[in-house]
Design a protein around this ligand. Structure first.
Ligand code: NAI
Length: 396
């Protein structure tokens, strides 16, 4: 079929297999161009099909020659109906990995469930024995806690008082003022239950109990801080409470891994266009100004550049892993540079619908957004008839 983007708000209902494949090839080529990383060799990535998790899987496989198992939750294709992009990404990744002689298998299902944890552990035990790196990169609006059976829904709201600021509809470029009402106490608990560290810890507990963690095993989850201007809706809002919890959980997991000489880290990453971040009000305007400033300074990075640098210069740099005073790895260092933030803050004050095309990088935002679904990717023939029913060769 001929596949075109079908936009609905901040999601796209279709995805292009060839565009997703080309994105994967581009990311693999980038990682290869940066040379070998003496990193982990048996890697589990939870949330492996898009965004930072996908970039982690690609970096582990093509930077360090690692065997990878990916866990994700994606919609398979049907005749006449495209899959979600993470499905096509995984199909392309596994094909490339297998062609390169690398082990790559995956599991599609709810990572929060006991069933998928057990299935993953069984696969590790059968094929790899143990894993030495576990990347935890889930972004989800909902989680059913397998112990209580309660389904929690996360919200993106300020705490305590309403928050008003500018935002942009990135499809139309229209800048408006929005007010987000504060959350309830229940909203905080639910958001922490979905995006905090509880499930990460459950994974590590289960993997350890099953003997599936190699000596020296490292686990990394991803967090975000960002500037003061987004604080009320991000770091000091409901999602920020979840990230506080995630960051605190790293210390608890590290204690549990002491006997294995293992360690848990949180890496604070840069703000990027992903399916998760485009759903957060205010953030798209911030990102479009940030992109403009970082591109001008030649320090712009996407997910793959961020994660390649994380692996090469932080996690596997040949000596101690550098962390901040709170024990976090910082790969958001360029985003948070004083000169970058001062310029973004000044542009933020000025931003209007009329001047955004000149002072912000809305085209960059839009392109990145379309790219997430395999659209607007150079070298792809969008007029060609493509088969939407693509299989994932390593799907278990
Ligand atoms: P994403 O939406 O691109 O990826 C989410 C991944 O989780 C996908 O592989 C998806 O299939 C998987 N997933 C979601 N629910 C699942 C479930 N129930 N079971 C199994 N898999 C499931 O998200 P992104 O942006 O890469 O986020 C990953 C992490 O990075 C999150 O913790 C996020 O907060 C963090 N982060 C994101 C930043 C951004 O600007 N996008 C910045 C810094 C950190």
């Amino acid at each position: 079929m001929i596949i075109e983007p079908k936009m609905r708000g901040f999601i796209c209902l279709t995805a292009h297999p060839k565009g997703c494949e080309q994105n994967i090839i581009n990311q693999i080529n980038y990682v290869k161009s940066k040379g070998q990383i003496e990193g982990a060799k048996k890697v589990l990535v939870i949330g492996a099909s898009t965004g930072f998790g996908l970039a982690s899987r690609i970096t582990a496989a093509f930077g360090s020659g690692a065997a990878t198992i990916g866990v994700y939750f994606e919609k398979p294709p049907q005749e006449g109906k495209t899959a979600s992009p993470g499905w096509y990404n995984t199909a392309a990744f596994e094909e490339q990995a297998h062609n390169a002689g690398l082990y790559a298998k995956s599991i599609n299902g709810d990572a929060f469930s006991n069933e998928i944890k057990q299935k993953t552990i069984d696969l590790i035990k059968a094929d790899l024995g143990q894993v030495d790196l576990i990347i935890y990169s889930l972004a989800s609006p909902v989680r059913t806690n397998p112990k209580t059976g309660v389904t929690h829904r996360s919200v993106l709201k300020p705490i305590g008082q309403p928050y008003s600021n500018k935002t942009v509809d990135f499809h139309t470029g229209i800048v408006t003022e929005i007010t987000i009402q504060p959350c309830s106490d229940e909203d905080i608990e639910n958001t922490v239950a979905v995006m905090g560290g509880e499930d990460w810890e459950m994974w590590i507990d289960d993997l350890k109990a099953a003997g599936a963690l190699a000596p020296g095993a490292t686990t990394v989850a991803y967090s975000y801080i960002g500037p003061s201007l987004t604080e009320p809706v991000y770091r000091k809002g409901t999602i920020g409470r979840a990230k506080d919890h995630l960051e605190a959980t790293a210390f608890g997991i590290s204690d549990k891994l002491k006997d294995l000489n293992g360690k848990a880290y949180v890496s604070v990453n840069k703000a990027l266009v992903t399916q998760a971040s485009s759903a957060i009000p205010v953030i798209p305007l911030y990102i479009s100004l940030l992109y403009k400033v970082m591109k001008e300074k030649n320090i712009h990075e996407g997910c793959i550049e961020q994660i390649q640098r994380l692996f090469e210069q932080r996690l596997f740099n040949g000596s101690a892993v550098p962390t901040d005073e709170k024990g976090r790895i910082r790969i958001d260092d360029w985003e948070m540079r004083d000169d970058v933030q001062a310029q973004v803050a000044a542009l933020w004050e000025q931003a209007t619908t009329e001047n955004l095309p000149a002072i912000g990088d809305l085209p960059g935002y839009k392109t990145d957004f379309l790219n997430l679904f395999g659209f607007d990717v150079p070298k792809v023939d969008y007029l060609a008839d493509v088969n939407e029913v693509v299989e994932i060769s390593g799907l278990v």
